[in-house]
Each structure stands twice: as C-alpha cells, then as structure tokens.
Design a protein around this ligand. Structure first.
Ligand code: SF4
Ligand code: SF4
Length: 292
C-alpha cells in the first residue's frame, strides 16, 4: 500500500461516524438493552465519558410503547429511545463552551466534570434524554458507550444484549448513512426540530401512524359469515387513497395514516352490494363487524 493511499484511508476512516439503527418491528420490549445500559453505567465511573448513573430513576435507554386499535384488531409497538447524539444538539447550545462536546465520530459527550450544576440542560434536550443526578448534581445522558468503542468494541452493550437484532450501531460516513436512510426508509424522532439525530428508526410508522380497519360480514340463511374478497376503498376529499380486499376472516386494514387527519370514507363492494362508512380519524380505529 502506498503512503498516499494509507493516508487517504486513515482520513476516510476518521470521517466515519457512529449512528444507531433501530427496527421498531423487531423490538419486543424485553428491556435487555435498558438493563445492559444500567449494568454498564450504574455505580461505574468512566472518567472523561460519564460519572456513575444512579441505581434508580434514570433510563438512559427508555422504551416507549403504543397500543393501536381495539380488540380484536390491535397491535403494540415499542420504540427504544436514548440520546440521539444530534449533529446540531440543542443541549450544546444551552451550556457554556466545553460542557457538551461533539466528537469527530458523531458522539455527544456531556462532560462529567464540567457539567456539574448545569441543570438547565435537562430542559434543553427536546427528547427528554438528559437525566438529573441529584447526588452528583450532574446532568447525564447515554454516551453511546464511547468508552467501549474507543477500546475497539464494534457494538454497544445494548446491541450486544438485544436478542432480536432490533438495535444496530454502524460507523459510516455521513454520505453513506444518508443513502442507507433513504434506501431503508429510516426516520428520526422529531425531524422538524432540525437537531439532526444520529439515531434512526425503521418501521417507525408502527408507532407514529394509525390505521382504519374492520371486518366485513354477511348473513346467509340466518348464519353470519365473513366475506372474503370484498373490495374496500379508502377515500379522502373525493380522491381514492387506497384499495384493498378483505382476507378470509373478512378483515381489511388501511395503515400508515396520520393521526387526527380528518374525515375519510370507507367504501365496501361485494357481490353487487355496497356500503359506505364515514370515519373521522383520531387514533387507530377498528370499525368492527360491518354487515353488507
Ligand atoms: S438527544 Fe438531547 S442530549 Fe442527546 S444530543 Fe440531542 S439534545 Fe443533546
Ligand atoms: S433489547 Fe432489543 S428487543 Fe429488547 S427492548 Fe431493547 S431493542 Fe427491544
């Protein structure tokens, strides 16, 4: 390898930054990542990275939960959250210079010495991911296991403990991360803030969006049966948004709709018959059994 090529490779490697990718569809809320973070930080001092996390009260990795729909059409999504290691971090702006630093590899560190007494940082984080350590009078957040990565670890403790592979840390150049995010339809939390999080989510719609569903049935000679293959159309403001057909239980579902997004019409067609239902969408709704 030539000296120039080696120098170029070193430069490129130096430009790689850490990102976390979390698949909401794969998270089972087992909380092993949360426990791994507690095991790593509770009572342990990592000078230059983090002071000991208290045994109670802090959740440096916190799993959000949302139940959608009503029985029997119901699902639950879990979203592991943590410090997003924002590229334009509001917490950094709220502290004197040097208290919060952004490393070249993308990781944000709240200095465990200099941050003493900087309580205003708690409110500065729009994600609620800075926790106040009363005993040490210190704001604290998950430092991306930087002390381990700096020793050559290629995974965070949370990723290592995750049984489903829902959590994955990757170190790539920003250009590559942008491409991966595009190709895999990854999203970040609160993108409207412009804080540029480095924690990305796949299938976030399972938490953030809602659905309209129902079950089509008919009565034949006094017996109520599911209607398989009925055509169901979702219409908003006179325009067709989607068309689906009922499954062998008579069920249909239109997902990835925005919450509180107004009025929809659900139009059902089967065997020359039709039925129209009006829905004002708040959160996910199961229209239940619909006789046609
Ligand atoms: S998530 Fe909060 S604590 Fe973490 S970098 Fe962003 S603003 Fe700072
Ligand atoms: S360990 Fe994995 S599956 Fe379990 S809560 Fe954490 S991210 Fe979800």
């Amino acid at each position: 390898m030539t000296a120039r090529r080696a120098a170029t490779e070193v430069k490129n490697a130096a430009m790689k930054k850490w990102n976390m990718i979390i698949d909401v569809a794969e998270c089972t809320n087992c909380n092993l990542c949360t426990l791994a973070a507690m095991d790593e930080y509770a009572g342990n001092d990592w000078p230059g990275y983090s002071a000991p996390m208290p045994k109670h009260g802090h959740k440096w990795i916190n799993i959000l939960q949302k139940e959608r729909g009503q029985t029997p059409m119901i699902d639950v999504a879990y979203v592991p959250t943590m410090c997003n290691h924002c590229d334009d971090p509001p917490c950094m702006k709220a502290a004197p210079k040097g208290v919060v630093t952004k490393r070249r590899d993308g990781i944000v560190i709240i200095d465990p010495q200099k941050a003493k007494g900087q309580r205003q940082l708690i409110d500065a984080c729009p994600y609620g991911h800075i926790w106040w350590n009363e005993e040490l009078q210190l704001p604290q957040a998950w430092p991306f296991d930087a002390h381990l990565l700096d020793q050559g670890w290629e995974q965070t403790r949370g990723q290592q403990s995750c049984p489903t592979g829902a959590m994955r840390a990757i170190k790539v150049e920003d250009e590559d991360m942008a491409r991966i995010a595009r190709e895999q339809e990854l999203e970040v939390l609160k993108p409207e803030l412009g804080s540029k999080p480095r924690v990305y989510y796949r299938n976030l719609w399972r938490y953030a969006k809602c659905f309209i569903g129902g079950s089509v049935a008919e009565e034949r000679q006094g017996i109520v049966e599911c209607v398989e293959g009925a055509s169901v159309q979702l219409v908003k403001d006179g325009a067709s948004l989607a068309v689906t057909t009922t499954d062998n239980f008579g069920d249909f579902k239109f997902d990835r709709l925005d919450e509180n997004s107004g009025s929809y019409s659900v139009q059902i067609f089967s065997g020359g018959r039709s039925k129209v239902l009006q829905v004002t969408l708040g959160t996910s709704v199961n229209l239940g059994e619909i006789r046609i």
